[in-house]
Ligand binder design. Structure first.
Ligand SMILES: Cc1cc2nc3c(=O)[nH]c(=O)nc-3n(C[C@H](O)[C@H](O)[C@H](O)COP(=O)(O)O)c2cc1C
Length: 397
């Protein structure tokens, strides 16, 4: 699957750099060409000789190496690959990337490139959880950079938690997804997912039980089939999918804004459980608890994202798919919803508590199209996602 793919592998200065030697081996076994770049700190952890021996190519190390510039300029080097992989991606490299800095060879290549980029972060758990790193990761995802890992586990520094670099084979799988060519290659697809949080005051909010699992699985399945996926998600528990552009939002209003910024797309799948109402005048400061005083709240209707996009007169996606989470008369309600909203398909599911679907790993859906209702057997959410992606590919032709 990776035969003759060209990977520019940037190795940053972290303990996990030793795993990148194995990553090179795994990529070469699969027929990929690996051009390695070592940061100055990376050289402290693995030697240029071992990296170049395994890669079978010279190691690029210095922005101002005139010999390298004569052979292949840094701009050309940044664009010569099918994919740039940063492994390990240190906190420092991620901060540089998020801020557009270019003060060494690795960061300059990353700023000068128009090639897709995948990063495999690796760092101490406190560094990973630091607000600055959280901000940087979220900005990088928003810039369309794919992120694989990190995993949770024992760390070289003796601590435990998220921060361990993904294993080489996990990175290979993420590379295969990023380079996937399939029936949706060249198609741009929007997926919304998760709940929205509607503030009551700065510390309280109204939410729902959506875990984001089904939307995440759909985004992943579409990406595996080669689609360029933009994933707009509310604050969901599910891990963000690899190989897609992630946009994080909190409220329904923010989700609508994010969706409009993503258009035009070929297809849009609205799997998010968007809150129907918000508190009309959310308080800017925490509402105090006064004994015997129970605050009353007025609600306002949230924007209807599915209807807004379905009823666009210009630039409407060719295929708009909505979701209907129902507890009664699932098919009748979902069929009516399809017509009311003006979308092409509705994926309906019964979210009554006894089904265990909301927050669970399985789903039993009915696909409602203009041809009628088609009930699928109960299956894993990943399988539902795959089947839906196959149908979307067929519909887009
Ligand atoms: C022993 C040791 C281990 C380190 N491990 C990591 C690490 O796993 N992740 C990380 O982000 N930084 C780590 N650092 C800090 C980086 O090496 C340092 O931030 C460096 O400037 C990164 O440079 P680079 O991003 O250009 O590779 C480590 C430093 C030392 C001395």
């Amino acid at each position: 699957m990776l035969t003759d793919k060209r990977i520019l592998l940037i190795i940053g200065g972290g303990i996990a750099a030793f795993k990148s030697l194995d990553l090179i081996r795994r990529l070469r076994e699969r027929g990929a060409w690996v051009t390695p770049v070592l940061t100055r700190a990376g050289e402290e952890f693995v030697t240029p000789l071992s990296v170049s021996s395994l890669a079978g190519e010279k190691v690029y190390r210095d922005l101002f190496d005139l010999t390298d510039e004569a052979e292949m300029g840094h701009i050309q080097l940044s664009r010569s690959a099918d994919l740039i992989v940063v492994a390990p991606a240190t906190a420092d490299l991620m901060a540089k990337m998020a801020n557009g800095m270019a003060n060494d060879l690795a960061s300059t290549l990353l700023l000068a490139t128009d090639t897709p980029v995948l990063i495999a972060p690796a760092m101490n758990v406190r560094m990973w959880e630091h607000p600055a790193t959280r901000r940087n990761v979220s900005r990088l995802r928003g810039d369309g950079i794919s992120v694989v890992g990190p995993n949770e586990g024992d760390m070289a520094c003796g601590e435990f938690g998220p921060g361990r670099m993904s294993e080489p084979l996990e990175i290979v799988a993420a590379i295969e997804t990023a380079l996937a060519e399939g029936p949706l290659t060249g198609r741009r697809v929007l997926v919304t997912s998760g709940p929205t949080h509607e503030p009551i005051d700065p510390v309280r909010y109204i939410a729902n039980r959506s875990s984001g699992a089904q939307g995440t699985a759909i985004a992943r399945a579409l990406a595996v089939m080669g689609a360029d996926v933009v994933f707009v998600t509310g604050p969901a528990d599910a891990e963000r999918p690899e190989g897609v552009h992630v946009v994080e939002v909190q409220t329904a209003a923010e989700m609508l804004q994010a969706v409009q910024a993503v258009l035009p797309v070929d297809a849009a799948v609205f799997a998010a459980a968007v809150a129907d109402w918000r508190v009309a005048s959310a308080s800017d400061s925490k509402i105090k608890k006064d004994k015997g005083q129970i605050p009353s709240m007025e609600f306002a209707e949230n924007p209807d994202i599915l209807a807004t996009v379905s009823q666009m007169t210009e630039g409407r996606p060719r295929l708009v798919v909505g979701f209907a989470a129902e507890t009664d008369d699932v098919i009748a309600n979902a069929t009516a919803k399809r017509l009311r909203k003006g979308c092409d398909w509705i994926v309906a599911n019964d979210v009554s508590p006894e089904t265990g679907i909301m927050g669970g790993s399985e789903n039993a859906v009915t696909l409602i199209t203009e041809d009628g209702a088609e009930s699928w057997p109960r299956m894993g959410k990943d399988e539902v996602a795959h089947q839906l992606a196959v149908r979307i590919a067929a519909a887009l032709g």
